[in-house]
Structures are given as structure tokens and as C-alpha cells.
Design a protein around this ligand. Structure first.
Ligand code: PRX
Length: 662
């Protein structure tokens, strides 16, 4: 099986090797939310009935009678004649059930300040914010951009937008002014909600100045934004543009907590979230209401074995990514969970911070990314061992394959050798977890995401779309529509069809390689396209390449994701400088271009290394062979170079790399 650059990446554990397994402990199984394995075949027999049952756990202001409408593939509609209010499902419903005093959010600021919001308090704040947004002209069908730190107002803002039937577009706070502006323009957002700053790594970072810069950029068009609403968090000095900018805390005082939620159709847009694809332009992934909320709440309850009365759940993801949308905001709140939200980084003021939070709040379910686990491993077990982590009973992993070594460390050191680990495979596009163990049923295998959730139908196929044999690598597809699936790419139905459906017609192509082992467990083998995965975040090679060539000194660039011990992959760039340019001395080029990429896209895209080279390896037809660059960047034996137009070029590059890394 080959992709356009060569072979699907190999996994440390190959076919034929025995993986150790960890069956559920009997005590865990006995109390688990899902402990009857017949759920799998029952859901497989009638997936629509399964999802309809799940959807009926939500509160519908108008019950649905239709389940799935797949009459116009690939544009699915779920529960289309039903109506619901997503925010009321996450809030008012619990208060009405007498759970108003239950803690919804334990907020921990990075400097150590804390806030507790019960469901009654959170509901009250969201109602007030909804009234405030109404006064600013937000109505159903509008888009609101949110560019915020990890603070309760971010959740309040998202839910207030949802309550009004408008759609939010949350842009991760690490993105640059250019990236923010592109997202604002694409969605035609009229309101931006931001903050004066947020705390990260012991500093108050600036957000509002980036919004100002974004709106001031010359893009050839007028910004759609009419108003900027600013939450006070750090008391950073910020410039307020009269007539455009408003302080949240000043505006909100005029509004009380009376707000009746209106029901909206199940297919009403809930949010747009931009993600990197294989071209330079990010894709606006559109999610809608009823199906999305059904699948995020179902998977949250089943996969994490959530007991809302007693569990304290903590997902460390930033709200700017899909994991924050589905498993900080909508899944947990729809389920009435009590959760921790932490503003800052795990190493501030020291690497004990996360574990002190687990101890302080008695966290029982922890959901994080392999890159964070590997970073903690590097620091050493002596740090978590200083804290009481005995409250933990379920551990989750997301964002990239978890290597078996990190899996074992996570279970041993954080999970006291007994907590099940649920490795969850999904994507921005899938909206919710698709493949993972169920902790009361599945015998765990370190490194495998294991089995599709009940009601989900995944397949591993060859280039022609035919299922491959067990043990063989192939391409991961999803055969049936699922409730939380992406509905389209915002404003670009054709790109939606081309990206995900054109390859196989009737199967959704995920962009990942996978292998199913003899037991039927799925092993993810990494992306097969030009999407990199750095610290569990998606970055596109094309987007970084185009940022590099926008620099006046750069003639050509090639970007690859090279293996990195901590971050999974790291961005490595090869650039050719223009021959006549005088802007950059080759010695300064690396730093200057790293900075350039960070300011064009955001700090997350900053390359780990940039090598100035005089040529790039190309085929005779002029296509850059990134696979060869990846080999040199990873210090591997360089693969087959016979198709290169100039076979000497790789030797020159290898020599250049050796110099550069000395
Ligand atoms: O390659 C897969 C990888 O992350 C991609 C999706 O990235 P994103 O849309 O940013 O969503 C990340 C959080 C859901 C996938 O195409 N990926 C995600 N989770 C896993 C994974 N790869 C292997 N194992 C996982 N558990």
C-alpha cells in the first residue's frame, strides 16, 4: 500500500507481534455504564434505531420523527424534523431536574485563582450573556468568532451563541492575526468575542492586540466585524476602538437572567471549526445541533464511563480545538458532569501543576494527549509520585497514536496500575469519538484504538475501496453516516465532496492509514496525506510552505513532519533562498524564517528546524519528493532516489543536514 509519497508509516508493533492485553477488572466491569457486549451487535443490526434511542435522552422541544435522511449523499441530515436548544440541553434541563447546585465547572486559573460555577450559576450567566448578545444584534443564523483563553467566559460565550441559534467559530488563541482574519472573513462573522489576555507559562499573553491587528489587515475587503466584545481577565492595557469595542463586564450589568430558550431545527448550524487540510486554505468544518449533541453526549458517557453524580472529569484540551468543543463544552455539560477547567500550561509554576489539580479536585477521569504524557515521562515519575492521584479511575488519550511505552507509563504512574486507558480515535470532521475501547468491556491493547463505537461502521480498504485482509495496512474509511459527522465545508460543498467522498464514492475517507489485527482491533498508522500531527494538532505542509514562500527572500520551500520524541511529529522545513536576495544572510535565515512562520500562522506552526539548501529533490516531472526529505530529517537511510531528476541532490542535502545539526 503506497500513498503519494511512498509507504504508510510503520508502527512499532507490526503484524505478528503479540500485544499484551489488559481485560477489564471484574469490579470495574460490574459498575460500568456499558457492560453488556450485545450492544455492539444490536447497534450493528439497526444503527439508526441505536442513535435514535441515544437522541431521545436529550430534551427536544419538538420530538423528531425522522432519523437519518441520506437521500442526497454526502449531505446527511439527522433527526431533521426535530427541534431542540443545545444550550438548554446543557444547562436549563439539569437545573429543572433539581441539579442546580451541582458544580459544573471548577475553574483553576494559572496564577492560582479559582472559581466554582454550579449548573444554576452557569445557566444564569449564559442567559445574561444571551440577552447581551441579542442586544448586540446576534440572531439565529449569524456567526460569532471567539478568540479567548481557557476561562469560564469562553464556555459561557459559546453556549450563549448556541442558545440564540447562532453559530460560533472558535479560533485557538495561539493563531496569528492573519489566521484569525482569514477565519473571520471566511465565516463573515460580525462579532468577535475576545479577552484582554490570558495566563500562560507565568505570563499574561495578549489576545486583544491580535484582534486589532487582524481587523486592521489590508486584505482587499472590508472586515465583516461590527463589534468586538472584550472580557477582562489579565487587566492588560488594551486599546478600545470607540463604537466598535465593548467591555463584557460593563455591558453585561444591564442584563438579567431571564431568557427563554427557543427550539431550533436539529440541522441548525452549531459551529464552524477551521482545520488544516492538504491545501494552504484551512477548511471550515460545519457541525450542526441534534446529531452532534447526541453523539458527543453518548460517547462521553460510554467511553469515559461517566457517573455524573460522583465523577470529577478533566479534559486538558484547549477549547480552541475540537476536543475542547466536544469533550469540554458539549459532551460533559449535556451529561451534567462536574469538570475541571485549567487555564494554563502543565509546567507552570512547575511540572507538578496537573497532579496538584488532580489531587485538589479529586479528579476521577483524565483525558489528555500522548504528547503531554511523553513530556511528563521525560520529567520523570518522581513528580507525579509526590501527589495523591488515587481518585483517578479512567484515563483517556486523544490526538495521535499513543506509543505502547507512554501507554504503560500512563497506566502505571498516573493510573496506579489499574485505571483503564481509553485511546480515542476521531477527528474535527467526525465531531465525536469513533473508535475506542469501552472500559467495562474491552480488553485493552496498548497502542491500539481498538473498536468502533456501537453504531459506527469503519472499514480499512485498498486504493480501489475494497476491504483489505486482517493484518494488512490500508486506508481508514467510514461506511455509514454518523450523527456528529461534518455536514459540509463552510461555503464550499464541492471541496467537501472532493476531500472526503470523491476517492471512494460511498465511503468517507478519513485521511488516516490503519490496520485491523486478528482480533478485529484497529491500529492507526498515521496520516497518508500532507497533514502533519504536531502535539496532537493538525498542520498542513502546504500552509507552512506557502507562508515560507511569502517571505521575500524565499524562492522555494518543502515542509515535512519528522518524527519527534515528544511532540509526535515536528515541522522541518527546507528552503531555497532567492539568488539575488540581500534580505537574509544564510546564517540568520533559520531564526528569521521560524519567526516569520509563527507570525503568519501562529506559534504552533513554528518549524523545529529550517535548512537552507540549494536544491530540493524533485522527480523529472518536477514534483518534490518529501518522503526523501523526511528520511534525512529523521536520520534514516535515504530511500530509493532513482526517480530523482538529479540523484546527487540528496547527498548535498544530507551533508547540509549533518552540518546544521552538529
Ligand atoms: O490522524 C488522526 C489523528 O488526528 C487526526 C485528527 O486531528 P484533529 O481533527 O485535529 O482532531 C484531533 C482530536 C480528535 C486524525 O486524522 N488522531 C486523533 N486521535 C487519534 C489519532 N491518531 C491515532 N490515534 C488516536 N487516538
Amino acid at each position: 500500500m503506497t500513498d503519494q509519497h511512498g509507504t504508510i508509516e510503520s508502527h512499532p508493533l507490526r503484524h505478528g507481534e503479540e500485544a499484551e492485553t489488559y481485560p477489564p477488572r471484574p469490579e470495574f466491569r460490574a459498575q460500568a455504564n456499558v457492560n453488556d457486549s450485545s450492544v455492539y451487535w444490536r447497534a450493528a443490526e439497526d444503527p439508526e434505531a441505536y442513535w435514535a434511542d441515544q437522541a431521545r435522552r436529550l430534551k427536544w422541544s419538538k420530538p423528531f420523527t425522522e432519523i437519518l435522511d441520506w437521500s442526497n449523499p454526502p449531505f446527511a441530515k439527522w433527526f431533521a424534523d426535530g427541534e431542540l436548544n443545545v444550550a438548554a440541553n446543557c444547562l436549563d434541563r439539569h437545573v429543572a431536574a433539581g441539579l442546580g447546585d451541582r458544580v459544573a465547572i471548577h475553574f483553576e486559573g494559572e496564577p492560582g485563582d479559582t472559581r466554582t460555577l454550579t449548573y444554576a450559576e452557569l445557566t444564569h450567566e449564559v442567559k445574561r450573556a444571551a440577552n447581551m448578545l441579542t442586544s448586540l444584534g446576534v440572531t439565529a443564523g449569524d456567526r460569532v468568532a471567539i478568540y479567548m483563553p481557557m476561562i469560564p467566559e469562553t464556555v459561557i460565550a459559546m453556549l450563549a451563541v448556541a442558545r440564540l441559534g447562532a453559530a460560533h467559530s472558535v479560533v485557538f488563541g495561539g493563531f496569528s492575526a492573519e489566521s484569525l482574519r482569514a477565519r473571520i472573513d471566511d465565516a463573515r462573522a460580525e462579532l468577535v468575542i475576545t479577552a484582554d489576555g490570558g495566563y500562560r507559562k507565568g505570563r499574561a499573553s495578549a489576545l486583544k492586540p491580535t484582534v486589532d491587528d487582524a481587523l486592521a489587515l489590508e486584505t482587499g475587503g472590508e472586515p465583516s466585524v461590527q463589534r468586538v466584545l472584550v472580557v477582562e481577565r489579565t487587566k492588560n492595557e488594551v486599546a478600545m476602538v470607540p463604537g466598535r469595542d465593548l467591555w463584557w463586564h460593563e455591558e453585561i450589568t444591564a442584563f438579567d437572567g431571564d431568557h427563554e430558550p427557543q427550539g431550533f431545527p436539529a440541522e441548525n448550524p452549531l459551529f464552524i471549526l477551521y482545520t488544516s487540510g492538504t491545501t494552504g486554505k484551512p477548511k471550515g468544518i460545519l457541525h450542526t445541533s441534534g446529531g452532534y449533541l447526541t453523539q458527543v453526549s453518548t460517547t462521553h458517557r460510554n467511553v469515559f464511563d461517566l457517573k455524573p453524580e460522583t465523577d470529577v472529569y478533566w479534559c486538558t484540551a484547549d477549547i480552541g480545538w475540537v476536543t475542547g468543543h466536544s469533550y469540554v463544552v458539549y459532551g460533559p455539560l449535556a451529561n451534567g458532569a462536574t469538570q475541571v477547567i485549567y487555564e494554563g500550561t502543565p509546567d507552570t509554576p512547575d511540572w507538578g501543576r496537573w497532579w496538584s489539580i488532580v489531587q485538589k479536585y479529586g479528579v476521577t477521569i483524565l483525558y489528555t494527549a500522548p504528547t503531554a504524557i511523553r513530556a511528563c515521562m521525560k520529567v520523570g515519575r518522581q513528580v507525579p509520585e509526590q501527589y495523591d492521584l488515587s481518585s483517578i479511575r479512567v484515563l483517556g488519550s486523544v490526538g495521535e497514536p499513543i506509543n505502547p511505552e507512554a501507554w504503560r507509563w500512563y497506566r502505571e504512574i498516573i493510573g496506579a496500575g489499574s485505571a483503564p486507558i481509553v485511546d480515542t480515535w476521531w477527528q474535527t470532521e467526525t465531531g465525536a469519538i469513533m473508535i475506542s475501547p469501552l472500559p467495562g468491556l474491552t480488553s485493552l491493547k496498548p497502542g491500539s484504538a481498538q473498536v468502533p463505537h456501537p453504531g459506527i461502521d469503519v472499514n480499512v480498504v485498498d486504493e480501489a475501496g475494497n476491504r483489505v485482509d486482517r493484518g494488512q495496512g490500508g486506508l481508514l474509511t467510514i461506511r455509514r453516516p454518523w450523527p456528529s459527522m461534518v455536514r459540509t465545508i463552510w461555503g464550499d460543498d464541492q471541496r467537501f465532496i472532493d476531500t472526503y467522498w470523491a476517492k471512494f464514492g460511498d465511503q468517507y475517507f478519513a485521511g488516516d492509514g490503519a490496520r485491523v489485527d486478528e482480533d478485529g482491533d484497529v491500529w492507526l498508522l498515521g496520516r497518508v496525506d500532507d497533514v502533519m500531527n504536531v502535539s496532537g494538532h493538525r498542520l498542513s505542509t502546504a500552509e507552512i510552505e506557502s507562508a515560507l514562500v511569502e517571505h521575500h527572500a524565499v524562492a522555494e520551500s518543502a515542509v515535512i513532519g519528522a518524527h519527534d520524541e515528544t511532540t509526535g511529529q515536528a515541522v522541518v522545513a527546507f528552503v531555497i533562498l532567492k539568488s539575488q536576495q540581500t534580505l537574509l544572510a544564510p546564517d540568520d535565515a533559520e531564526q528569521a524564517l521560524k519567526q516569520h512562520v509563527a507570525s503568519q500562522i501562529g506559534a504552533i506552526a513554528r518549524p523545529r528546524q529550517i535548512f537552507v539548501v540549494s536544491e530540493l529533490p524533485k522527480t523529472r516531472s518536477g514534483k518534490i519528493m518529501r518522503r526523501l526529505l523526511k528520511d534525512v530529517a529523521e536520520g534514516k537511510e535515504v530511500g530509493d532516489t532513482t526517480t530523482l531528476a538529479d540523484t546527487a541532490v540528496m547527498q548535498t542535502i544530507s551533508a547540509r543536514m549533518r552540518e546544521g545539526t552538529r
